[in-house]
Ligand binder design. Structure first.
Ligand SMILES: O=C(O)[C@H]1NCC[C@@H]1O
Length: 367
């Protein structure tokens, strides 16, 4: 019986037999499962191939390219069905890359269509993970600064710590965020001409109000919001060339965030939906999106330093807060350091296996 077996020792229950028949040469992947504001994070605490690549001293951006080229079956197996789903998100922890960067934790971010450069909801979850899984040698109470290395650069998470376990809320400071373009006219097939803002918060997003698309971020069907946001993403990609001051590897439009248009400072929450990668919907208010949107609001003079705004996900109602904490520079851009805060929770652990003869062993994906 499951209960008796779970309580027994390895010797009495043969706990090794919990693993079902699987390919002896194939993948056995252990994960820690979390969510931040409803957005899943499937943490892969160790991926041998990534560790081996890190020994060569590759930067995280180069490591991202290497893992994409050689280990994409791992991403597909864990993000796509039947092990994952259309909204699945993951992080591969790379200990070697953290050590090389003098950080507590380095991570590559995975989603249904590939690898991203920054992920705020993941940073909040990984901040807790780093403390609870012993990646920080001497955590301090009541809060510990966890230094993370993300593909976009160094990010610091500030995590409550009571001496035994981590807690919430977790806040983080990302790489300097900046406004790239404001009120940029874009022709969106099927929707007409709209005005978008483009901001960088470790990754680039286009922002616009749903009103311009004849929709309402709070009440329209998610499918309609996804279609509109995806059309905007495609149009912006064709009509505007992105450039990143540090690396062309970072110069890609990750997605479009549709908003209620409430950008002027207010104590009231502003609602948004982030559609990123290949029509993937963030269940959270999107940490990197909040970072980029605060940078845009600051650039437009709509908020001051240390004025806190609350961001609400239209999909789950979950909340993040964000504020610009100081001015900074990134290349020639006048930028700001943004603090984003939210709550991340553990939901379990999993061991995934693969049977060699399974024609769908590395998953399947459809829209
Ligand atoms: O919170 C974030 O920044 C992320 N969530 C999924 C899409 C983004 O990477």
């Amino acid at each position: 019986m499951a209960m008796a077996a779970a309580e027994g020792s390895d010797a009495s229950t043969g706990a090794g037999r919990w693993l079902p028949p699987h390919s002896p040469s194939g993948l056995v992947l252990q994960t820690v499962e979390m969510h931040t504001g409803g957005e899943p994070l499937r943490i892969i605490p160790r991926l041998e191939a990534a560790e081996e690549a890190a020994v060569g001293g590759l930067s995280l951006l180069s490591l991202r390219r290497e893992v994409a080229a050689t280990q994409d079956h791992v991403r597909r197996a864990l993000m796509h069905e039947p092990r994952g789903h259309g909204g699945m998100y993951g992080a591969v922890v790379v200990r070697g890359a953290a050590a090389a960067a003098g950080a507590h934790l380095a991570a590559l971010f995975l989603h249904g269509a590939g690898y991203s450069a920054m992920c705020g909801h993941a940073v909040m979850a990984l901040g807790r993970f780093a403390l609870d899984y012993g990646l920080v040698a001497a955590p301090s109470c009541p809060e510990t600064a966890v230094h993370l290395r993300c593909p976009c650069g160094p990010v610091t998470a500030f995590v409550p710590w009571d001496g035994h376990r981590s807690g919430n809320p977790v806040r983080f400071h990302s790489v300097p965020a900046f406004a790239v373009a404001t009120d940029l006219a874009i022709d969106v097939p099927g929707y007409g001409k709209v005005m978008v803002d483009i901001g960088y918060g470790g990754t680039f997003y286009a922002f616009l109000s749903t009103e311009q698309l004849g929709l309402d971020v709070c009440s329209s069907k998610t499918r309609d919001l996804v279609n509109a946001a995806s059309a905007v993403t495609e149009a912006v990609k064709k009509q505007f060339k992105l450039h990143h001051p540090e690396s062309e590897d970072l110069a890609f439009l990750y997605g479009t965030i549709l908003t209620d248009g409430k950008d002027t400072f207010s104590e009231e929450p502003t609602t948004n939906i982030c559609v990123f990668a290949d029509e993937q919907v963030d269940r959270s208010p999107t940490g990197s999106g909040v970072t980029a949107r605060i940078a845009l609001q600051y650039h437009k003079g709509l908020i001051q330093l240390n004025q806190t705004r609350t961001f609400r996900s239209s999909t789950t109602g979950s909340l993040f807060t964000g504020k610009a904490v100081k001015e900074a520079k990134l290349g020639d851009y006048n930028a700001v350091v943004v603090e984003v805060s939210g709550e991340a929770f553990y939901i379990g652990t999993t061991t995934f296996t693969v049977e060699e003869e399974d024609p769908l062993k590395y998953g399947f994906f459809f829209k």
